[in-house]
Design a protein around this ligand. Structure first.
Ligand code: ATP
Length: 523
């Protein structure tokens, strides 16, 4: 049974709480001075401590600080005056599990203490997994953007081995994998493990730079080469001389530049824009793409000869859903990084949450897991992250899986899962990141980024899922689903009255009739 200690110099409060806890078969030990409590702590510790904030011999916040320092596992609830925002905030910052505003409703107080007891039990249950994470050395700012070099997945271990073999040579490497799976990190690892590690690693993303600027970015320009070219500027090829040039999203490179690139790769030299002298460089090329380059070649948008030139050694980075064994370790790594970047204590995941994360498909791959962890570090109130803390879109996705019968742990998840409703739009902060890189900046800026409301998130998830499959005409397919949902719901609302439905939706009555037919809806 959980050991509960209560300290308050007000005898009435001690008595009321003690009696109320007895009614729910919980036993409390009460103290009237901090001194007596500190003496008792030397011989035994409670699971949960409820402390008043104002006491004659020491303030509750000071006591909280001392307890969190000497006995970090004790779950502390601080009783504060109702209006005292400052001390409430301070209590949270000092590591309190929660606060109890005075005067309190006794039932609320009891249920909060019960929650604290459950939390303490979970902390103990999770000690094992916490011990595992303690083996990982504490991260520093240098670890941000660094790859975890341990993996339980066979395919990742293969990749690590390949990096070891490839790194010392100058051989061109093509890295494929879904967005956010870690292609750039692998490219950096190849560079850092080779003999070019003290030379520059220069990355350029062909999809992120406008077509017209890409050529100058890659090859630089001479002074006066075009309007605005006031001085000579070196391109990325020259910057990377002696080192590695990482050509990200190579599949998006325009055809004319592909031709130029091919020539540079063959000759090892190029001309700056407007230049007449060839520039010789010694650059190792690593290219990456999330698109199947063979298909791009077949579509005539990627040069076959360039493809063969790049495809000397290919590394396929598996999506996170194919290496779910890595999720716990990666999650701990990101929670540690987030905590370090926000200067807050590291949060732990309950076993249930870990299990839930392992069931999620992560269309945004490792980047999405990274953002989830950052979001959880900012948003979850206690040091142990439980199912209640998970963002609604993750719960919604898990519950959808349960409904589809794709998991056997259904009952466990469904009772935790909130149905998706428009009120949840008030969760204006979301960790969902499908492909956009901008989200990585969250940690660097130390702020919280605002994302669209939940149904939009789910829509993005759906789009990502379809993109990951072979589905074509996605826009058309989704439009049909969208129209069907809107018209069907409105018709239902107006009990099948087409005129009201059309008026309310702002479309013509004939359109409603036509759509009913087209979309196979019942009139
Ligand atoms: N093994 C790993 N260990 C630690 N962090 C990782 C790992 N793999 C990926 N990440 C992190 O996930 C995020 C995405 O990684 P990265 O940018 O390398 O992916 P990518 O496949 O190049 O994505 P994109 O195709 O969108 O450019 C980064 O913040 C990266 O630090």
């Amino acid at each position: 049974m959980s050991k509960i200690w209560i300290i308050d110099d007000d005898q009435g409060i001690r008595w009321v709480l003690d009696k109320a806890l007895q009614r729910v078969h919980l036993q409390a030990t009460t103290f009237d001075t901090v001194d007596s409590l500190l003496t008792a702590l030397k011989t035994s510790q409670p699971h949960v401590l409820v402390t008043d904030i104002r006491m004659p011999d020491m303030s509750g916040l000071e006591l909280l600080k001392k307890i969190k320092h000497d006995y970090p596992d004790i779950v502390v609830i601080v009783m504060t005056a109702f209006t005292d925002l400052d001390s409430t905030v301070e209590a949270f910052q000092g590591g309190a599990f929660d606060y109890l505003p005075k005067p309190f409703d006794i039932n609320d107080a009891v249920s909060l203490i019960q929650r604290a007891c459950e939390h303490s039990q979970m902390l103990n249950l999770n000690k094992k997994s916490m011990a595992e994470s303690a083996d990982i050395p504490a991260p520093s700012s240098a670890d941000v953007g660094k790859m975890m070099t341990q993996s339980h997945s066979k395919s990742m271990q293969e990749i690590f081995r390949a990096i070891g073999r490839l790194a010392p040579s100058k051989v061109t490497v093509l890295i494929t994998g879904e967005s956010g799976s870690g292609k750039e990190l692998i490219a950096r690892a190849v560079h850092e493990h080779g003999n070019r590690k003290n030379k520059p690693f220069v990355a350029i993303n062909a999809a992120a730079i406008p077509k017209d600027l890409l050529e100058a970015e890659l090859f630089g320009h001479e002074k006066g080469a075009f309007t605005g070219a006031n001085q000579l500027r070196k391109g990325r090829f020259e910057e990377a001389d002696g080192g590695t040039l990482f050509l990200d999203e190579i599949g998006d490179m325009p055809l004319d530049l592909q031709t130029r690139l091919l020539r540079v790769l063959a000759e090892g030299s190029f001309y700056r824009i407007g230049g007449t002298q060839p520039v010789h460089v010694d650059v190792r090329i690593i290219a990456a793409t999330h698109q199947p380059l063979e298909d791009r070649v077949e579509q005539g948008v990627f040069r076959e000869d360039l493809f063969h030139r790049l495809n000397v050694i290919r590394l396929r980075i598996p999506p996170l859903r194919e290496r779910k064994d890595d999720i716990p370790q990666l999650a701990r790594h990101f929670l540690r990084l987030s905590a370090a970047s926000l200067a807050v204590p590291v949060k732990q995941l309950s076993n249930e949450v870990l299990e839930a994360l392992c069931q999620f498909d992560f269309p945004g791959n490792v980047r999405q897991l990274e953002n989830f962890c950052h979001w959880l570090t900012v948003m979850s109130p206690a040091s142990l992250i439980t199912m209640d803390d998970l963002p609604p879109e993750l719960l919604a996705s898990l519950s959808a899986k349960v409904e589809m019968g794709s998991t056997t742990k259904g009952s466990q998840l469904t009772h935790q899962t909130q149905p998706l409703s428009y009120e949840q739009g008030s969760h204006s902060v979301s960790p969902y990141n499908n492909v956009g890189k901008a989200d990585i900046t969250i940690a660097e800026q130390g702020g919280i980024q605002h994302f669209p409301s939940d149904w939009e998130e789910l829509l993005r998830l759906e789009v990502q899922k379809r993109l990951n499959s072979d589905e074509q005409s996605i826009m058309d397919n989704l439009n049909k689903i969208f129209e069907k949902a809107v018209i069907e719901t409105a018709l239902h609302y107006y009990r099948g009255r087409k005129i009201d439905t059309a008026n309310r939706l702002g479309i013509g009555r004939n359109t409603v009739t036509r759509k009913l037919k087209e979309l196979d809806l019942e009139a």
